[in-house]
Write a protein that binds this ligand. Structure first.
Ligand SMILES: [Zn+2]
Ligand SMILES: [Zn+2]
Length: 60
């Protein structure tokens, strides 16, 4: 895992740390696939945009 310096389990939309018990989602970046995007339950519900740290892909 080359991206280990990134903080894990942090919402990419609001920057909030995600608690293990939250219904957050995580998925690889749709564009570069190298970064695991995390979104907290609230941002997922509200449809806030996220931004990939590596390729700067923005998505809902
Ligand atoms: Zn969030
Ligand atoms: Zn990316």
């Amino acid at each position: 895992m080359t991206m280990s310096s990134y903080k894990k389990n942090m919402c990419f939309s609001c920057g909030r740390p995600i608690a293990p018990y939250e219904a957050a989602v995580h998925f690889p970046c749709p564009q570069c696939g190298d970064v695991t995007i995390w979104r907290c339950e609230r941002c997922r519900t509200m449809g806030n945009t996220y931004k990939c740290l590596r390729c700067e892909f923005e998505g809902p």
